[in-house]
Write a protein that binds this ligand. Structure first.
Ligand code: ZN
Length: 95
């Protein structure tokens, strides 16, 4: 299983920014850690039944400094369409 992250910030920081640069880095770091741990737990034993391939994940996150919100998106890459559906199903399960 491959997990990659692309986390960045954009926009001008507010004068009374909620997070400074160091805290932003820490937030990115803990995001990587918790999402990575969650994916490894959920997909530890998950392989495509037909091709025996593990899924690949790219997690992109953009922190908008002007509205102070993080937008996270999951991009999933799999060997085939059938396995993609199964991975999305697991991804959307709670816990
Ligand atoms: Zn497959």
């Amino acid at each position: 299983m491959k997990i990659q992250f692309d986390l960045r910030s954009e926009g001008e920081a507010l004068p009374e920014a909620f997070l400074d640069e160091t805290e932003l880095e820490q937030m990115f770091e803990s995001t990587r850690r918790s999402i990575g741990a969650g994916l490894r737990r959920k997909f530890r034993d998950v392989l495509c039944a037909e091709h025996e391939q593990a899924p690949s994940f790219l997690i992109t996150g953009v922190y908008d400094k002007e509205v102070e919100e993080m937008d996270i998106q999951y991009h999933v890459d799999t060997c085939c369409r059938y396995f993609l559906l199964r991975v999305m199903q697991i991804l959307n399960q709670q816990g």
